[in-house]
Design a protein around this ligand. Structure first.
Ligand SMILES: [Zn+2]
Length: 134
């Protein structure tokens, strides 16, 4: 079983997220044109089943453009990420640990916004949705 951590940031007014797996930054090798898709990650915490979900998207915002083929497989005890292109990887997480990691991300993001008052230029409804309780 792998472990995951989501680290929040606000850089240039934009909300970001870094992914650590087994305490190390996720290794994307030479693939530099893909970024985590925060909306999709949020969605993956709440949805069970097997579905196409680009946890990563092209840096232009269009997962199709990035040639990304990725599935999420989730049940009540585990959640897996399976990417077949442009990289091949398979990670299996404990569902509770995954959900806790996302809640920790939300707390960290709330801290940046509300306590440290980092300037954020994202749409307010997008920010509200990211911070919605799981
Ligand atoms: Zn693109």
């Amino acid at each position: 079983m792998n472990t995951i951590a989501f680290i929040p940031s606000i850089i240039g007014g934009l909300i970001g997220l870094d992914i650590f797996i087994d305490d190390k930054p996720i290794d994307l090798g030479k693939v530099t044109h893909i970024l985590p898709d925060l909306g999709c990650i949020h969605y993956s915490v709440e949805r069970l089943g097997k579905y196409d979900c680009p946890i990563y998207t092209c840096s232009c915002g269009d997962a199709g453009c990035g040639g990304i083929e990725m599935q999420v497989l989730a049940n009540t005890s585990t959640i897996a990420w399976k990417m077949s292109a442009p990289l091949q990887f398979f990670y299996l997480f404990d569902y509770e640990q995954y959900a806790d990691a996302f809640e920790t991300y939300q707390k960290g993001l709330r801290h940046l916004l509300e306590v440290r008052r980092v300037k954020c230029t994202e749409r307010p409804e997008y920010v509200r949705r990211l911070l919605e309780p799981l």
